[in-house]
Design a protein around this ligand. Structure first.
Ligand code: NAD
Length: 297
């Protein structure tokens, strides 16, 4: 478990940067990501309370003396939940862990007068440690009062990346929505075609096995989370539709057996990637060597 792996890394947990902080309340703290952050804060010596879906009748009591409130509930109800947080102490930090940033950040700024910060951990609850993981953050209000939090996250091992909520959400259209959507459709296609998975794997080079793993791992996770991420904004759908249109254009090239046009497009993409094309070839060779060493079974 997370706790054991941290305990073995560091018996006394993590350094606490704000020992005087009043209790941290994690709304959705019984969930996957909320639970992970509860453990991280507890291992760092903070007093942590969970506010779950059954706890709203005693929310006033849980929130009255909160030093920080962190919202980590399903995306589709996040803004509704944030709107219930109008009674926090003025100096309380209000933060969230939502995978989309503009809507929740706006909602937090509207409901609370004190410090506000949006966080997006770019990882799921299945990681063994935060080392090398990225947390994107969006400044909301009074950044000086939550610098310690950003530093605390770095003590856990993560790298921070400051970004505006709008740029974040634009980036996520490609990084999350389109990528998860293509994995989803690839999975649907495989299930419909129904090949023998064992046989595919036995014929697979390490890179194909890795590709199957990247697709298959999606379906070991929460369907609601991915539905919410993919459908979180109209710009996601617009991007996915442009992608679909490009599929159509590429298929027309195949239909007419037009290898010249194919090669021209190939060349345009190659020059768009520039030096990264060669760099990615080398980098993926290294990753594949590692994957190959660890996936024999
Ligand atoms: P989850 O379903 O595991 O956890 C959500 C929790 O919220 C559950 O415990 C649920 O009972 C609780 N909840 C539901 N309604 C509530 C209510 N009215 N009041 C209080 N609690 C309520 O989901 P998760 O995967 O932990 O996702 C939580 C947040 O983390 C989302 O905003 C998601 O975008 C973000 N996030 C998740 C991941 C991931 O990979 N899981 C990664 C990055 C960010």
């Amino acid at each position: 478990t997370m706790r054991e792996s941290y305990a073995s890394e560091n018996d006394s947990g993590f350094k606490c940067l704000k020992p005087e902080l009043r209790p941290i309340v994690i709304v959705g703290g019984h969930g996957q990501l909320g639970g992970l952050f509860c453990r991280l804060f507890e291992l760092s010596g903070y007093q942590v309370r969970k506010l779950g879906s059954q706890d709203w009748d005693r929310a006033d009591e849980l929130l009255a003396d909160a030093g920080m409130v962190v919202v980590s509930v399903p995306i589709n109800i996040t803004e509704t939940i944030i709107a219930k947080l109008g009674n926090l102490p003025d100096d309380c930090i209000l933060a969230d862990l939502t995978s989309v940033k503009s809507g929740p950040l706006q909602a937090m700024l509207e409901v609370h007068r004190g410090p506000v910060v949006g966080l997006h951990p770019m990882f799921g609850p299945d990681i063994a440690s935060l080392a090398k993981q990225v947390v994107a953050y969006c400044d909301g209000r009074m950044p000086e009062s939550y610098q310690w939090l950003l530093e605390q996250i770095q003590i856990w091992g993560a790298t921070l990346n400051r970004i505006s909520a709008i740029e974040h959400d634009e980036g996520m259209t490609l990084i999350q929505a389109l990528r998860h959507f293509t994995s989803f459709v690839y999975g649907v296609h495989l299930a419909e075609e129904d090949p023998k998975l064992e046989q595919l794997l036995s014929l697979s080079s390490p890179i194909y096995r890795l590709e199957l793993a990247m697709v298959g791992r999606l379906f070991a996770q929460d369907a609601q989370l991915y539905a919410d991420i993919i459908m979180s904004s109209p710009q996601n759908l617009a991007m996915i539709k442009r992608f679909h249109q490009r599929f159509g254009e590429a298929i027309a090239v195949l239909d007419s057996q037009d290898k010249e046009t194919f090669k021209q497009a190939f060349g345009r993409v190659e020059s768009w990637f520039g030096d990264y094309a060669q760099h990615f070839l080398t980098e993926s060779q290294g990753l594949l060597r590692q994957a190959n060493d660890s996936t024999h079974r």
